[in-house]
Unconditional design. Structure first.
Lengths: 212, 212
DNA sequence: GCACAGTGGAGGTCAAGATCGGCGTGCAGT
DNA sequence: ACTGCACGCCGATCTTGACCTCCACTGTGC
């Protein structure tokens, strides 16, 4: 199962690809290896072999291992933040906003090849560049929700951020748990359940007891 | 601030310690370095220097880097699971259970030297031994809450686990966010806020959507 | 037939985990 | 009190493993 089941060439005649296609293929191969092994355990040899090319080609497309990783990370960081922001902007019904946000997390986690691990389980969070991006994701998602909470409940920003982080954590953890457990519950059902939990939790806050 | 502010000797005369005390001191030094740098970036030289000893002493107490890390990890894994289980067993009032669980996560995160990073932000989750322990923590906490949810709401186990994972994620993420944000909200206030969010979310479930 | 672009495998370098001979200190026996 | 002993500790070193480049080969356009 070294390089047989993917979309690259299987063996023998090395296929010549245009740079753009080669780059995309390298990114795909790198993603599979990074997701399966993590950053540190993933060797450049593995990625090259997975893509069916040799190491020099890899270094002709990416200056180093870190650049390769960051390219992938950026893609998925942008994806999840955009999905959550769309969930906020897509409607003005807050209940529907909660549902869409939860769906965003489940979609992100359910995306093929478990790429979410690059963001949520990165073994490079100590590296400044990676840490900055990962924190930016979490803070971006929290910020989007925070604004809505503030404008619709009137709680202080600090409180709203805490609530938003709780909601984000619930969706994130539940989605990961749902996937790790082998999708024992149908996706729509799981989304509805977590959305209900979140909505019931947050919906009572407007104009309710603030400092209770 | 290399080795000045800790409990080790500052410089000059190397103090001879009994094995037990030396071991505890090495564990403390290792925890500080692992928390600050992560597993991979932490060098054995750093840990030895932090403890004020040389590397061979370190290897006289621990067979390798991994053993040292696992010793620390086990301690904190046991701690958080026990805290959540105590929160469940400490009372039969479910609202108080939610409050105690949230408090458990905040206490764990607020514990000195940010040791929670060893569990929640480990950069060794790919390693089987570490992964097993970290997953055991999450599943242990979820299981404790799941049982209560099942017995008090009657939802299916799969649904209860999803709800529990959501609650766990909310507490965990909110606690980390609260700490990362510099404790902008007093601890008791933050706990109450997240507890309210969680309780309002879960409290409506009994006899509501399922068996009502 | 020939130049050339791009590939494949072998090697350099370096960081970090793991380890060996010397040193100094405290203690027991006479 | 003096001497030999044992033990814990340290500086310096080895080795492994992984990232990152250099020589021989192959297929194509004129």
């Amino acid at each position: 199962m070294t390089a047989a089941g993917n979309g690259a060439q299987t063996a023998g005649r090395p296929t010549r690809l245009p740079r753009s296609a080669r780059r995309k293929q390298l990114l795909a191969a790198a993603q599979e290896v990074f997701v399966a092994q993590g950053y540190h355990a993933a060797a450049m040899d593995d990625i090259a072999e997975r893509a069916g090319v040799s190491k020099p080609v890899l270094y002709q497309h990416f200056p180093g291992k870190m650049d390769l990783y960051l390219a992938l990370l950026d893609t998925h960081c942008d994806a999840i933040v955009a999905q959550v922001q769309d969930a906020m902007r897509g409607t003005s019904d807050n209940k529907e906003r909660v549902g869409a946000s939860v769906r965003a997390y489940f979609d992100f986690v359910d995306h093929e090849s478990e790429a979410f691990r690059l963001v949520f389980e990165s073994d490079l969070r100590n590296d400044p560049a990676v840490r900055q991006r990962v924190e930016r994701v979490e803070q971006g998602c929290i910020a989007a929700i925070t604004d809505t909470i503030i404008s619709d409940t009137g709680v202080s920003r600090a409180h709203a951020e805490l609530l938003a982080s709780g909601l984000v954590g619930a969706a994130e953890t539940a989605a990961q748990f749902w996937l790790a457990g082998g999708r024992q519950v149908p996706k729509a059902e799981a989304e509805a359940l977590v959305a209900a939990l979140s909505w019931r939790g947050i919906a009572s806050f407007p104009l309710q007891g603030e400092s209770a």
